[in-house]
Design a protein around this ligand. Structure first.
Ligand code: F6P
Length: 362
């Protein structure tokens, strides 16, 4: 038995598959040490609320959630607590309320599961208010520095790959150019991984510029070989050939990436008359049951995070490196944005397969 710590856990930023598996692992591991785990609801909003909104997590509660998507604790990707949007339109620094919420709950430590943005905010709160923070990386974008895996990425790749598998048959049946738009924010990890796994002919990622003529050449080259269809996968942050970001704004004026696939479809069809169709996969990539690899990574991260707390090693994030879970300072991880590197094995693999990946020396 340990010293009877009370720890908090929260999920912050966009959800993804595998979050519940991580929460479950933390509860199991902490429970074996005789610790109490409080699940904070809706990320830092739960600590801002009075009384702080949390649930005491028991094994019976978390066990059935191993295969369920989303996060049982709910989350938010809005409202930086240091400039929190108030109903009157003003921005207020509410960091002290969150810090006070942590201390009111009598927590010895807090596990924050988040992407780089969330971890940066949590770290700032921790530094300001004496919060003993340990980070677990999650994001389908897989763009957090140092770690090879973030929770949610593998499931998103599986979903995008399955989408390509399905598009393959309908593309061939109708002699069409099918364009699949995937998420990933400013990194092309989902597109390149799913594109290779799903047999795409063209993979477009934000890290590599492309030319519409070369895409059309690839389609024509396939036609000359008797292949009447073409599969293209494109990351949402890929720009137009002129370098313009393609975004959609909602009625609140909030921008999200979206629409590059339709731009490409129109350009290709105008250039070579090919029949084109687009599929925008969207939040489907974040939903549903986590892949076995995501569950495995989530379990390993959950256990490692509890171990760090036992050693009172705070301000660290768990990472996956060469099949080992290693702790690195959160500051180092968030300082190193992880985009697709041109030296990456997947870049070399795509080149070796003859996939058009953009205009660079392949
Ligand atoms: O960061 C994860 C992510 O799914 C990105 O890939 C995507 O651009 C964004 O979040 C979508 O955000 P929202 O859920 O706010 O629409």
């Amino acid at each position: 038995m340990g010293k009877g710590k009370r720890i908090g856990i929260l999920t912050s930023g966009g959800d993804c598959s595998g979050l519940n598996a991580a929460i479950r692992a933390v509860v199991h591991c902490a429970n074996r040490k005789g610790w109490e785990v409080l699940g904070i609801r809706q990320a830092t909003l739960g600590l801002m609320a009075r009384p702080p909104q949390c649930i005491k997590l028991e094994i019976d509660q978390v066990d059935p959630l191993l295969t369920s998507g989303g996060t049982m604790l709910e989350t938010t990707n809005k409202g930086d607590p240091f400039a929190f949007p108030m109903p009157d339109g003003s921005l207020r620094d509410r960091s002290e309320e969150i810090i006070a919420g942590y201390h009111q709950l009598g927590l010895d430590a807090l596990i924050g599961i988040g992407g780089d943005g969330s971890l940066a905010i949590l770290r700032r709160l921790a530094q300001k208010g004496g919060i003993n923070l340990v980070g677990i990386p999650k994001t389908i974008d897989n763009d957090i520095g140092i770690t090879e895996h973030a929770i949610g990425f593998d499931t998103a790749v599986n979903i995008a790959t399955e989408a390509l598998d399905r598009l393959h048959f309908t593309a061939a049946s109708h002699s069409r150019v099918m364009i699949l738009e995937v998420m990933g924010r400013d990194a092309g990890h989902i597109a390149i991984a799913a594109g290779i796994a799903g047999g795409a002919d063209v993979i477009l990622i934000p890290e590599i510029p492309y030319s519409l003529d070369r895409i059309c050449d690839k389609i024509k080259e396939r036609q000359e070989k008797g292949k009447n269809y073409c599969l293209i996968i494109v990351s949402e942050a890929v720009r137009t050939q002129q370098g313009q970001a393609v975004t959609i704004a909602n009625r609140f004026g909030e921008f999200r990436y979206g629409g590059i696939s339709q731009y490409l479809a129109d350009q290709i069809s105008a250039r070579i008359g090919a029949e084109t169709r687009v599929t925008v996969l969207g939040h489907i990539q974040r939903g549903g049951t986590a892949s076995p690899l995501d569950r495995l990574v989530a379990a390993a991260f959950g256990v490692a995070a509890v171990d760090l707390i036992e050693k009172e090693k705070y301000d660290y994030m768990v990472t996956w490196q060469n099949r080992r879970v290693l702790a690195v300072p959160i500051a180092e991880a968030i300082a190193q944005y992880r985009s697709v590197n041109l030296e990456d094995t997947l870049v070399k693999t795509a080149c070796g397969l003859g996939i058009y990946l953009g205009d660079f020396f392949c």
